[in-house]
Write a protein that binds this ligand. Structure first.
Ligand code: ADP
Length: 172
């Protein structure tokens, strides 16, 4: 582990299924604090995402266009390994609620064990989005509800198309 890591580069990993305004808020704020932010779209063997990895990457690239120092990449395997391969020193995370805290605390301790040179830095979620999760938005979208408060227009259309294609949409 002799590689030099850059503490001005941060990596935000996640599933982003799909990306929502809560994620974008963390990406935007991270892009103001760090020289470079890499958004890592992970393949989690325990999750079966609604969007393919390529679709999630494409949506993230589209919504990250206003931030010139943000790039989006796909990765396989452990997040810490991807962060190190990227030459970054920082794992950036968004923290929503008290219930997130326990999971994130455990995860950051495990990551510290796996790679002690990396640091996890948390940004508190914007209160407007602190209750927003991709899981919840996918569920609500299947009832054809308007989600424009939580999703950029491109993501909202992609989600509507995807749920219609997947289970024909449901009516409330
Ligand atoms: P994961 O697969 O890790 O659950 P997500 O795609 O849900 O990935 O989230 C990726 C990152 O964005 C995580 O750091 C998560 O804490 C953060 N995040 C998720 N939802 C929000 C939100 N509403 N506000 C701020 N940060 C969030």
């Amino acid at each position: 582990m002799s590689q030099t890591l850059n503490h001005r580069v941060a990596v935000l990993t996640g599933t982003f299924d799909p990306v929502h305004l809560g994620h974008i808020d963390i990406i935007r704020r991270g892009s103001h604090v760090f020289d470079r932010v890499i958004v890592g779209v992970g393949i989690n063997p325990d999750k079966e995402p609604l969007f393919t990895a390529d679709e999630r990457v494409a949506l993230l690239r589209e919504v990250s266009r206003p931030f010139p120092n943000v790039e989006v990449q796909q990765f396989n395997g452990l997040a810490v390994r991807f962060v190190r391969q990227s030459g970054a020193r920082v794992m950036l995370r968004g923290l929503r609620t008290l219930s997130d805290m326990e999971y994130e605390f455990t995860m950051s301790l495990m990551n510290q064990n796996l790679d002690p040179e990396l640091e996890t830095i948390f940004l508190m979620a914007n209160e407007e989005y602190s209750h927003v999760s991709s899981t919840m938005l996918r569920g609500i979208a299947s009832f054809q509800e308007d989600l424009s408060k939580f999703l950029p227009p491109a993501v909202q259309s992609a989600l509507v198309a995807k749920v219609n294609q997947t289970h024909g949409g449901r009516r409330a």
